[in-house]
Design a protein around this ligand. Structure first.
Ligand code: GTP
Length: 294
């Protein structure tokens, strides 16, 4: 039996849990079944009570207290523990039918998505290649407010690309909190962020060549003093060039307060996991059969 799911990922505070809530609400409004899984062992409160919660297996607080680990080390330990106790997932997810969308809310520590091979093992277990056989898609959220700081935006985009390369699964990238930036940048400029135009940094380089009147490069608190180093600019341009060379990342826009926006993002996710194909009624068997004897 096919199963369908989405792994909601991204840096801390990107809006993952809020997006999961909005998706659950939209699924309820459209009479679809949903199974909500929390895999953040440090999560505190929920608008929708998870159907399966890693905190029933292990909590970050207990790990930090009992093993004397910090938050990042503790999280890694929790995921290693989960991978040693995969029955916890199997027992809950295996009975689910193909009507369900399994929504998996992930923690925000960026290390998990970039350079520790724990997530690929988990994805392998959950996805078509593993015993649970879930048609799984990653939804990687990045805060749209990063567009006001291009270095931050390209660093975030690099983390999204790194997750795409590491996880090797269907993937949608999403700029969250769009309500917060619509008044900050023009539509034209926003389009260049959505399609990740590396030239955005070249525009900045030109602007920096002619510093703004009144800017004080000796003031350590001044943004220009922190950001105008030649090596910093070269690093940012190299990052942008790398992203451009791979030509893999573009973003969907998400405004969780707008149900149409949530529905539009969900339809991309449905396409990526081919959800609707599996729900369509099959033709009656005898109409499909070909009589070779005639
Ligand atoms: N204005 C606005 N705020 C949002 C939106 N989405 C999330 N937020 C706010 O951003 C903050 C972080 O949202 P969360 O959903 O907790 O983010 P998260 O990625 O789950 O955070 P971690 O679990 O810490 O990794 C909360 O205060 C949300 O209310 C949005 O679309 N618009």
């Amino acid at each position: 039996m096919s199963k369908f799911g989405v792994l909601v990922m991204g840096p801390a505070g990107a809006g993952k849990t809020t997006f999961c809530n909005a998706m659950i609400q939209h699924l309820q409004h459209t009479r679809r079944s949903c199974f909500y899984v929390n895999l953040d062992p440090a999560a505190e409160t929920f608008q929708y009570e998870p159907d399966l919660d890693i905190r029933e297996l292990i909590t970050l607080e207990d790990v930090m207290e009992e093993l004397g680990l910090g938050p990042n080390g503790g999280l890694i330990y929790c995921f290693e523990f989960l991978l040693q106790n995969l029955d916890f997932l199997t027992q809950a997810l295996d009975p689910l039918s193909e009507e369900y969308l399994i929504v998996i809310d992930m923690p925000g520590q960026i290390e998990l998505y970039t350079h520790i091979p724990l997530l690929p093992s988990l994805v392998q277990f959950l996805s078509r290649a593993g015993p649970l056989n879930i048609n799984l898609c990653a939804a990687y959220l990045l805060e749209s407010t990063f567009v006001v700081d291009k270095a931050k935006f390209f660093a975030g985009t690099l983390s999204a690309m790194s997750a795409m390369l590491m996880l090797e699964m269907p993937h949608v990238n999403i700029l969250s909190k769009m309500d917060q930036v619509r008044d900050m940048v023009s539509r034209k400029e926003l389009k260049r962020f959505i399609n990740v135009d590396a030239q955005l940094l070249e525009d900045d380089a030109e602007a920096e060549a002619a510093p703004a009147a009144g800017a004080d490069d000796n003031d350590p608190a001044s943004k220009s003093a922190l950001m105008s180093g030649g090596s910093f600019n070269r690093l940012n341009r190299a990052v942008a060039q790398l992203i451009d060379d791979f030509s893999m990342v573009s973003f969907l826009q998400l405004d969780v307060q707008d149900e149409d926006s949530v529905g539009a993002v969900l339809s991309y996710i449905d396409d990526a996991i081919q959800f609707h194909d599996a729900q369509e009624p099959r033709e009656p068997k005898d109409e499909q059969e070909v009589d070779y004897e005639d």
